[in-house]
Design a binder for this molecule. Structure first.
Ligand code: GAR
Length: 214
């Protein structure tokens, strides 16, 4: 498949995986489709995948005209088969980078065999504090005064991979889980858009131009 080009630059192919409302996905859709800055962003979203139906994340992709796919664990005998099917579905879109944006499942060995080192995840806490699926609640219950969001490279642990970027967010005295998580997500979306753009532009700038000898 010939690489897409915008403004003379190769655009990286992103597959984004979601499980819920997809506001982080929406931030990436906006960044890649902005008529003024989108062509220089360096990436296009070629597909959005999910582990469940009927979520707003898939609706956002459909409204933006982005192909979607769903790979549910309930349709497979075990997580190993699900992981292989998920990896196959993602691979069919030939991504340069896979972005887990509120994807609430752990990917496994088949997935990491294909996409290890080029799958990133965003998490609503300052890792290594509060890994897992209830980070804002855990931060609030612990009583920390500052939490935040972390972008990291996915490895075979639970939120343990190398950290790419972090952003701090204050915990306010009257926060509940929802207000805290919503404030984290404002900063998280900005971090995600900034760093996905940086990563893809850096990678593309280091690749030989297709018309030039390597
Ligand atoms: C985000 O805060 C993301 O970090 C979190 O789910 C939210 C998804 O929001 N992911 C995790 O907690 C993964 N452990 P969104 O669907 O509005 O983008």
């Amino acid at each position: 498949m010939p690489p897409s080009r915008q403004n003379g630059r190769r655009t990286a192919r992103l597959v984004v995986l979601v499980s819920g409302s997809g506001t982080n996905l929406q931030a990436l859709i906006d960044a890649t489709s902005d008529p003024t800055t989108g062509p220089d962003y360096g990436a296009e979203i070629v597909a959005v995948g999910a582990d469940r139906d009927d979520i707003e994340g898939l609706g956002r992709a459909e409204r933006a005209g982005i192909p979607t796919f769903v790979v549910k664990t309930s349709e497979f005998d075990d997580r190993v088969d699900w992981d292989v099917a998920l990896a196959d579905s993602v691979a069919s879109h030939e991504p340069d980078l896979v972005v887990l944006a509120g994807f609430m499942k752990l990917v496994g060995p088949a997935f990491l065999g294909l996409f290890g080192g080029r799958t990133i995840n965003t998490h609503p806490a300052l890792l290594p504090s509060f890994p897992g699926t209830s980070a804002p609640r855990d931060a609030l219950e612990y009583g920390v005064k500052v939490t935040g969001a972390t972008l990291f490279v996915v490895d075979d642990g639970v939120d343990t991979g190398p950290i790419i970027a972090q952003v701090p967010v204050p915990v306010l005295d009257d926060d509940d889980v929802e207000t805290l998580h919503e404030r984290i997500k404002v900063s998280e979306r900005a971090m995600l858009v900034e760093w996905v753009g940086r990563l893809v532009r850096e990678a593309v700038d280091h690749q030989p131009h297709p018309e030039e000898p390597s």
